[in-house]
Design a protein around this ligand. Structure first.
Ligand SMILES: [Zn+2]
Length: 52
């Protein structure tokens, strides 16, 4: 059982909910990211934080 939730904001890969487990990450602004893009964005935010 899987349900299409939406598409990754960055690479537009479809993101499914499989057996109650989301195939990606919902951001605080309600956009979706796949795990690959989520990791990339997280690294970007980390580097920004370090510069502040
Ligand atoms: Zn993606």
């Amino acid at each position: 059982m899987e349900e299409l939730i939406g598409h990754c904001r960055i690479c537009e890969k479809p993101i499914y909910c499989r057996m109650g487990f989301l195939d990606g990450v919902v951001q605080s602004d309600q956009t979706l990211l796949c795990f690959d893009c989520s990791a990339a964005v997280h690294e970007e935010q980390m580097s920004v934080d370090q510069e502040e």
